[in-house]
Ligand binder design. Structure first.
Ligand code: UD1
Length: 336
């Protein structure tokens, strides 16, 4: 299939592009380069040995988007292009609503005009809000606690409402748990803007001396060692989940929702220990107060994806720590 990937130079988008090309698909990328750079395209082309058509556009720009569908005979769309920082979303709500919602609506309008009926949407476990019971199945109640999460939840609603009007719609909503790691080549990975909010990029920056120490946000949670427990998933496994779901969309109409996670949790201290063991580097940390909005435990029930897509995460926490570190070293060496 020819797959149009919005946000294809971002963290999850770029890994998905590799997975798609390895599976024999052709890929067209659009990216506004808000959170990425054109050098990712060069590295993707080096990794895959393919020349990949790329458009620098804003996802809310109807005419530019429409032009891409005119240039290429698109069979399916994977939509990653969105803003993703929880904290920033609370400070700049209009920017988040405009980009994430208007981008989604514009894309669906253009798909409708061009007669494209297959879509994979990049959602997040954040739509389960502060649910206190894990493992979380797809049927759990939905509630978003911040603007970023609300945009994901609203996009899910927009997709379901629109699909109800298109009998040929084959749409998938993928709810990611905590993506970490990088491609094993070490030449693509996550490039946080400024000080990382998420645990693994913070750890890798402490490991190479960019940050002095990690602050563990609370050790008084109701978990085995008191620190927060999350379902970390290797980004290459996550990317392969997109390729797997496309196979289903090729054959079946409807809206399908899947959790993409490993189905088990690791605490913050377990992640630190795994990183130290795997890479032989000590991570300095201090225990600090809880971060507002955090919950004790969150991990997925990923069994639906395994049952219906034949997909399950293969890589373990050691792989995640090894590949995150390899990428951090590459990024530092190349001043990325
Ligand atoms: C965060 C977002 C979530 C988003 C997800 C994407 C928040 C509140 N939530 O989830 O909406 O979908 O990233 O990956 O930002 N931790 C520390 N010290 C740090 C950083 C994190 O102890 O410097 C702890 C956190 O308290 C948590 C765990 O590490 O227990 C994971 O944190 P993080 O990587 O930020 O992911 P989430 O909070 O699960």
């Amino acid at each position: 299939m020819k797959v149009f990937v919005t946000g294809g130079l971002g963290y999850i988008g770029s890994h998905t592009v590799v997975s798609l090309i390895e599976a024999g698909h052709d890929v067209v990328i659009a990216d506004a380069l808000y959170n990425s750079s054109e050098s990712v395209l060069q590295r993707l082309e080096k990794l895959t040995g393919k020349s990949i058509p790329f458009y620098r556009i804003d996802i809310t720009d109807h005419d530019s988007l429409s032009g891409i569908f005119d240039d290429h005979s698109i069979d399916a769309v994977i939509h990653f292009a969105a803003y993703k920082a929880v904290g920033e979303s609370q400070v700049k709500p209009l920017m988040y609503y405009r980009n994430n919602l208007f981008g989604m609506i514009t894309l669906l309008e253009v798909m409708k005009e061009k007669g494209v009926h297959r879509l994979v949407f990049s959602s997040s476990a954040t739509v389960y809000g502060d649910l206190t019971e894990s493992p979380i199945p797809e049927t759990a109640p939905l509630k978003a606690a911040n603007v970023y999460g609300k945009t994901k939840l609203m996009c899910e609603d927009i997709i379901r409402d629109y699909a109800a009007t298109d009998s040929e719609a084959s749409f998938a909503i993928l709810r990611y748990f905590n993506p970490v790691g990088a491609h094993e080549s070490g030449i693509i990975g996550e490039l946080p803007n400024g000080i990382p909010n998420n645990l693994m990029p913070y750890i890798t920056q402490v490991a190479n001396g960019i940050r002095d120490h990690l602050t563990v946000f609370g050790n008084d949670y109701d978990t085995p060692d008191g620190t927060g427990v999350r379902d970390y998933i290797h980004v290459v496994d996550l990317a392969d989940g997109h390729t797997a779901v496309l196979k289903k969309l090729e054959k079946e109409n409807g809206v399908f929702t899947y959790n993409l996670g490993c189905g088990r949790g690791y605490s913050v201290l377990e992640v630190i220990n795994a990183f130290e063991r795997q890479n032989g580097i000590e991570i300095r940390y201090e225990i600090g107060p809880r971060r507002s909005g955090d919950i004790a435990t969150c991990f997925s029930d990923p069994s639906k994806a395994e049952r219906e897509l034949g997909w399950k995460a293969e890589r373990n926490i050691d792989d995640m720590c090894r590949d995150s570190w390899r990428w951090q070293q590459y990024a530092s060496e190349h001043n990325l």
